[in-house]
Design a protein around this ligand. Structure first.
Ligand code: SF4
Length: 328
C-alpha cells in the first residue's frame, strides 16, 4: 500500500518535514534548493537516514536537487545508454539477444538526481499488450528484466497479473526486477508482493544500493523476506563523486551487502546523463579505487565495474579499456 503522507514531494513539504524533525532551512542548509523539471521526491523513511546538519551528507546529495543539474555539458545525453535505438516497441528494450527490459512504469519511490533515465521518466508510453506480444514472438528471450521506473512500485494486483502473464510464456525462464524501493521505501515490500516473487518461479532482484548507510535493519529484514520467497538477490551500485568514490566506503558497502545476503553484481561508472557532471569521476580514478579494493576484500564482495556505452551498444567491463576516454 502506498501512502502519500510517506513522501516529501515539494519544497514546502520538505520544509514541513524538517520542521517536524527539529530543523529549519538554515540548520538543514537548504537555502539554495532549486526547482528542476525532475521533481523532488523523497520517502520520509529515507529522509530520516540523512544527517540534515551536514550539507555534504552523501545520502542528501543523491536526492536533493542541485543548481549544477542545470549545467549540461556538451558530451552529456538525454538518452545516455541508447534505450531508444534498442526499443522495438514502447516499453521494451531489446539490447542483448537472450534478454530484454520491460519498462511498464515511470514511477519510482525516490528521484535520484543522477538517474540515467531522468530525462525519459516522464515519457514512458509502454503499451502492455504490444510489449507482451513482442516477448511472445521472440523465442530467444530467456530473461525478462523489469526496469523503469521501479517495478516494485507496481500495485500488488498489477504485479501479480504481469508475473502470471510472463509465466505463461514458455521460453521466458527467468524474471528479474531492478529496484531501489527496498532501499528507500522498504515498507512497500508487502506480503502480496513477496507472494508474487514466490509465484514468479526462478527470479532475481537487483537492488540499487549506493552507500553503507542505506543498509539498515529494515532493509536487511526485507532482503531476508525476499530470499525466503525464493529470489536470488544481487545489487548494483553507481559510482558517485562525493557519495561513494572511496575504497573504504565501497568496501564497507560491499561487505555489508554480502553479510545481508546480497551479492554485489555491478558497479556502474556514471552514465553521460545530462546535468550530472558534478557526480562524475574519471574512469582512471574509478579503476584506482577498484584496484585498491581488490585484495583487501573477499572476491565474493567484488562487483564487476562496468560502463554502459552510449548508442545502445551495452555494458563493457571497464578493465577492458586500455585507452581512457577524455570525458568519462
Ligand atoms: S530509482 Fe532508479 S529509475 Fe528511479 S530515479 Fe532512482 S535511479 Fe532513476
Amino acid at each position: 500500500m502506498l501512502y502519500s503522507s510517506d513522501f516529501i514531494c515539494s519544497t514546502p513539504s520538505l520544509i514541513e518535514y524538517l520542521k517536524e524533525s527539529g530543523f529549519d532551512t538554515k540548520t538543514a542548509h537548504i537555502g539554495d534548493l532549486i526547482e528542476h523539471p525532475f521533481s523532488l521526491l523523497i520517502p520520509k523513511y529515507y529522509a530520516d537516514l540523512i544527517d540534515w546538519r551536514d550539507p555534504d551528507d552523501p545520502l542528501r546529495k543523491m536526492i536533493l536537487p542541485d543548481k549544477l543539474e542545470h549545467e549540461v555539458k556538451n558530451y552529456e545525453l538525454a538518452d545516455p545508454i541508447g534505450d531508444a535505438v534498442c526499443s522495438p516497441t514502447p516499453g521494451v528494450v531489446h539490447r542483448y539477444p537472450d534478454r530484454c527490459l520491460l519498462m511498464l512504469t515511470n514511477v519510482c519511490a525516490v528521484h535520484c538526481r543522477f538517474c540515467f533515465r531522468k530525462n525519459i521518466l516522464d515519457t514512458n508510453g509502454a503499451h502492455l499488450d504490444k510489449a507482451l506480444a513482442y516477448i511472445r514472438a521472440h523465442i530467444e528471450i530467456w530473461e525478462v528484466i523489469f526496469s523503469g521506473g521501479d517495478p516494485f512500485m507496481f500495485t500488488d494486483h498489477f504485479m501479480e497479473s504481469i508475473v502470471s502473464k510472463l509465466r505463461r510464456i514458455p521460453h521466458v525462464k527467468m524474471i528479474r526486477f531492478h529496484t531501489r524501493t527496498p532501499v528507500v521505501y522498504p515498507q512497500k515490500i508487502t506480503p502480496n508482493l513477496l507472494a508474487s516473487l514466490q509465484n514468479a518461479g526462478p527470479c532475481s532482484v537487483v537492488l540499487h544500493v549506493n552507500h553503507p548507510r542505506e543498509i539498515t535493519p529494515a532493509f536487511i529484514a526485507v532482503v531476508s523476506k525476499m530470499r525466503t520467497a525464493g529470489a536470488l538477490i544481487l545489487s548494483q551500485t553507481v559510482l558517485l563523486k562525493g557519495v561513494n568514490d572511496h575504497e573504504k566506503i565501497l568496501g564497507e558497502l560491499f561487505k555489508k551487502l554480502v553479510e545481508s545476503g546480497v551479492k554485489p553484481y555491478y558497479l556502474h561508472h556514471l552514465d553521460l546523463t545530462k546535468g550530472t557532471h558534478h557526480f562524475r569521476i574519471s574512469v582512471a580514478r574509478g579503476k584506482e579505487i577498484i584496484q585498491k579494493l581488490r585484495g583487501t576484500i573477499s572476491g565474493l564482495c567484488m562487483p564487476e565495474y562496468v560502463i554502459d556505452t552510449p548508442g545502445g551498444y551495452g555494458k563493457i567491463p571497464v578493465f577492458w579499456f586500455s585507452q581512457i576516454a577524455k570525458h568519462t
